[in-house]
Design a protein around this ligand. Structure first.
Ligand SMILES: [Zn+2]
Ligand SMILES: [Zn+2]
Ligand SMILES: [Zn+2]
Length: 465
């Protein structure tokens, strides 16, 4: 049986940790002199948080920092806690008390991590799989959060730095990386700004004022006057303020109109107010005009296994950008090509591609139609790329192509080809942005991968061919 080394943070709970076969504890003494002796990233295989009830917020902070990569420990390390805290179910691996499965879990975790590590890069998907895939049968769900624009966020994705979670989840689901496990909630969104913080209020159906009250009113049969019950009150009896008739019997002298509401702005009386939902940006919509967002707990899909076991390099399914090489391979090839091109005076062309407006397309067309369009455009793009060109996906909506033995003089022709992809695109929101970088170049730094990522991010603001 293998021995796992556990780092224990905090000793808030006096009751000592029970000894478990195959687990060795090291207590991290805060400010202790020997804490510097450890190489945290390699010496420990699991983390135990021994926080008391009183410091659960601190426990959550540790979980958050760990998964965000801010601690000197591997981001994906298994974590168990002795007390439950709000983020434990999202970012941790459970309560220490449920330790009967400890060894089985750790064996399986490290076996799977081993398989995965050969392939992982630094894209959001890679980071996600590095966390989720080693945990066989893992799943992740949303958490209600007050401070964010959307009411729900997926804490795991937030920790991995994924901002546009709705778009990312839609793309991953489309490519079978994740599957829906369970519907957690349905929330309404403002169709203009996607805000999920909505106030539902009933307003006057005539002048739309919010200044309405429910009131008991009376209707005099003699003169037809309608007014607040108070106007009719005369000591204990009722008398019409207009025609002064004594109102004795309901149904004979008077009745109560169905219009229970009164508008203080326009004096209108009505049976039921009109309900509107307003967001904090001041947009007002009828409830049936609001968009619906469905929040699921997700598990890993078949494509996750495929990426983990064979890597994306051999993946011949259309995964987001289609068949492509990994960014690591691409970086290496780029460096090599650049050096060799300088020596042999060859000319190559590097193209950075970016789909603009994916989020807008999802908003305007709905998820299914937008994704179908992206898939179709990507297929056309592939028909333009030659066998000898090398293609790497940087993000769900960014990629880079190396056009071998192609000089800048062909740029017009390439631009025309790429423009034909766009022309066939009937959606006005989706745009393919292209930027070129001729090779060989002396500006290519040693860390090509970092340079590629930085360059691809410039797309949003820079020039377009
Ligand atoms: Zn709004
Ligand atoms: Zn009257
Ligand atoms: Zn009114």
């Amino acid at each position: 049986m293998s021995v796992y080394h556990a780092l224990v943070m905090r000793d808030d709970i006096a009751q000592p940790l029970e000894a478990i076969d195959g687990i060795e504890y090291t207590h991290l003494d805060h400010g202790g002199s020997d804490s510097a002796e450890f190489e945290y990233s390699t010496d420990f295989q699991l983390l135990l948080l021994n926080f008391s009830d009183a410091s659960l917020a601190e426990q959550d902070q540790i979980l958050w920092d760990l998964r965000s990569g801010k601690l000197d420990l591997p981001r994906e390390i298994p974590v168990f806690c002795r007390q439950d805290s709000p983020l434990l179910e999202h970012l941790g691996d459970g309560l220490f008390e449920k330790r009967s499965q400890f060894h089985t879990f750790l064996d399986s975790f490290y076996e799977r991590l081993e398989q995965l590590q050969k392939h992982t890069g630094s894209s959001p998907l890679d980071k996600f799989l590095a966390h989720a895939w080693p945990r066989a049968d893992s799943s992740f769900g949303p958490r209600w959060q007050l401070q964010s624009h959307s009411s729900y966020q997926y804490p795991l994705l937030s920790c991995l730095g994924i901002e546009d979670q709705q778009k990312t989840l839609a793309l991953w689901r489309q490519s079978d990386v994740i599957v829906e496990r369970e519907l957690v909630d349905r929330v309404r969104q403002c169709p203009r700004c996607d805000s999920e913080h909505l106030n539902y209020v009933d307003i006057c159906p005539r002048c739309k004022s919010i200044d309405i009250n429910s009131s008991v009113s009376l209707h005099c049969f003699t003169c037809g006057h309608v007014g607040e019950q108070g106007e009719f009150q005369l000591d204990t009896a009722l008398r019409c303020p207009t025609c002064l008739t004594q109102l004795r019997h309901i149904g004979v002298d008077y009745d109560r109109p169905l219009e229970r509401f009164h508008c203080a702005s326009c004096d209108h009386r009505f049976i039921e107010g009109q309900v509107v939902a307003s967001c904090h940006n001041g947009h007002r919509h009828k409830p049936d005009e609001l968009k619906e967002r469905r929040l699921y707990r997700y598990g890993l899909g078949p494509a996750a296994d495929q990426i983990a076991s064979v890597g994306r390099i051999f993946d011949n399914r259309a995964l987001q950008w289609g068949e492509s090489t990994s960014i690591e391979n691409f970086s290496w090839l780029l460096r090599w090509t650049n050096t060799s091109a300088q020596r042999h005076k060859h000319q190559h062309l590097l193209l950075f591609l970016n789909w603009e407006g994916v989020a807008e397309a999802i908003t305007q067309l709905g998820e299914a139609r937008a994704l179908a369009q992206i898939a179709e455009l990507q297929e056309r793009l592939h028909s333009v790329i030659r066998q000898t060109d090398v293609f790497a996906e940087i993000d769900a909506d960014k990629a880079v192509i190396l056009l071998c033995h192609t000089s800048v003089k062909w740029l017009d022709q390439i631009a025309a080809k790429l423009a034909s992809i766009e022309a066939a695109n009937d959606s006005s929101v989706l745009k393919l942005q292209v930027r070129n970088f001729p090779l060989p170049s002396k500006d290519l730094p040693e860390n090509t991968q970092q340079w590629l990522l930085a360059q691809s991010n410039k797309l949003d603001i820079d020039d377009v061919i």
